[in-house]
Write a protein that binds this ligand. Structure first.
Ligand SMILES: Nc1ncnc2c1ncn2[C@@H]1O[C@H](COP(=O)(O)OP(=O)(O)OP(=O)(O)O)[C@@H](O)[C@H]1O
Ligand SMILES: [Mg+2]
Length: 223
């Protein structure tokens, strides 16, 4: 079992001299193999929190700990390992790389950690088959529908079998049927042993997770 812990996390944004406090004194431990929903109205800081958890934004105060090791104290090799193998992040928008094909987008993190190209390619195609998109492998990502792009973004995030799969409002732009199939796919990650953390303002998505957390006035509270 692995732990991803927020320890007294605060985040304040400054624009000139104007400070906006978004997160304040958040302490919570996420365990691999379990699923969590983070809900909260627009602008409460869900994306900010997800980016801090994924190690791509830094808190103003407090620490993120992976198995008791602070991200801030990791050397560059440990931090790369964290970013590429421990967490997989699905952004609020798919952010696929338009210069790469669909299959290259899926295998990207495999190439970053020097997996052999042919092996990574084969696995990426297998994953695309799993979500019914094998025939799109060599297409350009922007020729895909919104739901299809989000599926590709999820495959990219789970390609290196991270211990924690983080998805920031992954169904925000989708209709109900597409949203349900996106959650099915994310749930597969949990069946494969990953911790699953989804931010969403959709209660039907949230209630499918084992634990429900609400972000309100800078605090994260269990429901
Ligand atoms: N780079 C930034 N600089 C200044 N303020 C920011 C920045 N990023 C976010 N904010 C502010 O922080 C607050 C939280 O933003 P965030 O995007 O984390 O909210 P959210 O809960 O994800 O919202 P949504 O549900 O609309 O996606 C907002 O008030 C936003 O304006
Ligand atoms: Mg957001």
């Amino acid at each position: 079992m692995h732990l991803l812990k927020l320890d007294h996390i605060a985040k304040v944004y400054y624009q000139g001299k104007v400070a906006t406090g978004v997160l304040s004194g958040i302490t919570y431990s996420f365990e691999s193999g379990h699923s969590y929903a983070i809900t909260g109205v627009s602008g409460t800081g869900k994306s900010t929190l997800m980016h801090i958890l994924a190690g791509i934004d830094t808190p103003s105060e407090g620490e993120v700990l992976y198995d008791d090791k602070s991200l801030q104290l990791m050397n560059s090799q440990e931090k790369n390992n964290f970013l590429n193998k421990v967490v997989g992040l699905v952004f609020q928008e798919p952010y696929l790389i338009k210069e790469l094909t669909v299959v290259e987008n899926v295998m990207l993190k495999g190439l970053i950690i020097h997996q052999p190209y042919d092996e990574a390619y084969k696995r990426a195609v297998d994953l695309l088959s799993f979500v019914g998109l094998a025939d799109k492998a060599t297409h350009h990502p922007l020729s895909l529908s919104g739901g299809q792009q989000q599926r590709v973004a999820i495959l990219r995030a789970l390609f290196n079998r991270p211990q924690f799969l983080l998805a920031d409002e992954p169904t925000g732009n989708l209709d109900i049927d597409n949203a349900a199939s996106i959650v099915d796919l994310l749930e597969k990650g949990r069946e494969w042993g990953m911790g699953l953390i989804i931010s969403s303002h959709d209660p039907s998505v949230a209630k499918r997770m084992e634990r429900q957390l609400v972000l309100k006035h800078g605090k994260l509270v269990e429901q």
